[in-house]
Design a binder for this molecule. Structure first.
Ligand code: 2PG
Ligand code: MG
Length: 387
């Protein structure tokens, strides 16, 4: 049994040096803390990170202190008690960090790993999805850059350590390609520690062709969708919804793309469905489309828009609801991809959540201490399983 005796929170910096929340709890089994990440290319339908502001959320937690100690928490489902007190009063980042800290306390009390608290029978490891080159909102390049946000490596192996090494090695080798092909390449990295470039998406995909892993893209199309058109800058041109469908279809065919995230605007359930119908054996992934939200996922299921969904716990906030979204996805044969955010901390609970909820994929960058911390945690889980 865990009793939360005191809650406090403070602002810390994420990998982008932006403020995010760290929640600390004192319990009968010790002190625990957890932090939340921050997105930059956020979906319009994501839950708010903070109710009014980070500072006000901290205040709400402080003022609710007396209530938490009246409850005993013994299992994952008991997170409901916490939600009953703070729901509607704090934002998704605050709730996620708070619940994560409580899960850590529960694991300690039960002498278990955090993932075991969620699902002691978890066995299957996810495949890694690693961002190697970035454009769009995540890139700091001033001039030309890819309009797509992420170019992803998806090793075919489920052996995490092996996949991690493959991704690191390939990403490193890209430096030479970029030096050769991109006269403006300066060796700098973007928000997710992926390479930045002035090349466009086709030129990047031409380089990635030689990879012996599956290739993916996160188009993050909502970020360049304006007045019912997709506004490309490299090269400058606009595409209608239909032209976007044609363009993405050609890219999938010509580059044998395995994974395509948010290829259309976040309202375009219908275009997603058309694409999925044409390419049922690729992964057509919803992120801004579905925002880890049960209602949005239900709509995507009804319209047959996707066969894979990004799960970002802080798009929602409630881990109970995150679990429901995962269950709904599983029931409908939709693959589950647990994902980091572009602004990250060294918090590692994402790995436990992904394994506990039996994710099919784990999208978490390749390098940088915030990404590596999570990947190393997953490797640790893998090691302990094999014992
Ligand atoms: C995405 C994410 C993470 P952000 O679009 O998939 O890569 O970006 O965290 O900025 O929303
Ligand atoms: Mg995305």
């Amino acid at each position: 049994m865990v009793v939360v005796k005191e809650v406090s929170a403070k602002a810390i910096f994420d990998s982008r040096r932006e403020k995010t929340i760290l929640v600390k709890i004192k319990t009968n089994v010790g002190s625990f803390s957890a932090s939340a990440p921050n997105g930059k290319s956020k979906g319009k339908y994501e839950a708010k990170s903070y109710m009014h502001s980070l500072e006000k959320d901290i205040d709400v937690l402080k003022k609710s202190n007396d209530y938490f100690s009246q409850d005993e928490i013994d299992k994952f489902e008991d997170l409901r008690r916490i939600e009953d007190i703070v729901e509607g009063h704090v934002g998704a980042n605050t709730l996620f960090a708070f619940e994560s800290a409580v899960l850590k306390a529960l694991a300690k009390e039960k002498k278990m790993q955090v993932w075991q608290v969620l699902n002691p029978g978890a066995k299957k490891l996810p495949r890694l999805v690693g961002n190697c080159i970035g454009g769009g909102k995540h890139s700091h390049v001033e001039g030309k850059k890819p309009d797509f946000q992420e170019f992803l490596l998806v090793p075919k192996t489920k052996k995490i350590k092996e996949a991690f090494e493959m991704n690191k090695k390939f990403k490193k080798s890209l430096e030479l390609d970029l030096k050769e092909k991109d006269s403006e390449f300066d060796g700098k990295k973007n928000d997710e520690d992926a390479w930045q470039t002035s090349l466009n998406e086709k030129e990047v995909l031409d380089i990635l062709k030689r990879a012996r892993v599956d290739i993916g893209i996160d188009v993050a199309a909502s970020s360049f969708y304006k007045r019912k058109k997709y506004l490309y800058e490299n090269p400058v041109l606009t595409r209608t919804e239909e032209e976007q469908l044609f363009y993405i279809s050609n890219l999938i065919k010509n580059y044998d793309l395995f994974y395509i995230e948010d290829p259309f605007n976040e309202e375009s359930f219908d275009s997603f469905a058309k694409l999925l119908k044409k390419f049922p054996s690729s992964l057509i992934v919803g992120d801004d489309l579905t925002v880890t939200n049960e209602k949005r996922l239900n709509k995507a299921i009804e319209e047959k828009s996707i066969n894979a969904i990004i799960i970002k716990p802080n798009q929602n906030g409630s881990l109970l609801k995150v679990k429901k979204v995962c269950e709904l996805a599983k029931k409908n044969n939709i693959k589950i991809i647990f994902s980091h955010r572009s602004g990250e901390t060294t918090e590692t609970i994402l790995a436990d959540l992904a394994f506990g909820f039996q994710a099919d994929f784990f999208k978490c960058g390749i390098t940088g201490k915030e990404r590596e911390a999570k990947l190393k945690r997953l490797i640790e889980i893998e090691k302990k399983l094999n014992r």
